[in-house]
Design a protein around this ligand. Sequence first.
Ligand code: ADP
Length: 357
Amino acid sequence: MKNLRPSILILLGSLLYLMLSITSALLFHLFVLELSPWVIILIPVISALVVFILFYALLKNFIQNRLHLIYKSIQTKQQVVPFKGSTIDNLISTVEIDVRNWKENKNKEITKLKDQEQFRREFLGNLAHELKTPVFAVQGYILTLIEGGIDDKQVNVQFLERASRATERIVNILEDLDQIAKLEVDALKIEMRSFEMIDLIKEIVETLELKAKEKNISLKFQNDLSSIYVTADRNKISQVLTNLINNAISYGKIDGEVVISAVPIDDLVTIEVKDNGIGIDTEHFPRLFERFYRVEKSRNRNEGGTGLGLAIVKHIIESHQQSINVRSSIGIGSTFSFSLKKSNVSGPVSSRGIPLK
Ligand code: ADP
């Protein structure tokens, strides 16, 4: 009974009504007044039909009104009951499907909110942790200076220099955070223009050569073409390359090498930054691009790093509708790569990306 469709239930009710009215008509015919066989059959049949139609219409109207209210209160996009003209059975199965979908969506939303909450908690914890070290260092140096260190010629300048380095670190973290916040807000404000990629790579390699020299790392740009034009945001891609090459040097080995290459494939140009440094275990890949994620918490740590470099890289590459990839083996090295769309211009362009010829 519980699983019967509403229309079958109304039909059964009407049949019951039919039987009862035929029985009453027969009793009336036997004991009160003689009736013709037509009247005994026809009147109960017609009235049962009327009962069926009436109940069906009333029930449908009742269900539709109630569902309308329910749909409104759960605020699905469908504010009105679907299939207004359809049967009660269709109406109920449609609602069942909608409710199931609604429940699934709500479950997904709840999981997403829980993840965001967890992320927010971790982010705040990490941020506090990252800022604590340099802030406490600055505080320590200043207190020591106040408590007499200022007059000690052996340490005063050294402490001020250390405090200045710690402040620089705070500034770096804040600048990177600011950049991530801007990227999130201005995700769509990527300024896509045509520019020459080889020049940009050479420019960045030049600025990082000094840093590479400190570890005697040879910084090479491998490229067979004299020019490749891409359509992207030049400043942001410059930041991506700087972060990747910086990391390749920081986590590269002394006397090692860092090789940058740009290879055109179909309508894309794939840029790779490869080092032969400490490498990364594949187990870290899923979290590598998260803010403040560090593979090794203490050993081999890049002290100047903010832990935000790869998060910024991922953000920028994804806002170019591309993805950042990593291949790596412990002790052998890492390769980070991404692709950019080739531009349809092939000659010099203005700073606004407009062809000059
Ligand atoms: P950090 O400021 O710590 O360098 P990043 O976001 O740039 O932060 O990098 C996140 C982590 O990924 C680093 O702490 C390091 O453990 C790992 N990593 C990044 N690039 C490399 C690389 N080329 N070789 C080995 N490990 C790397």
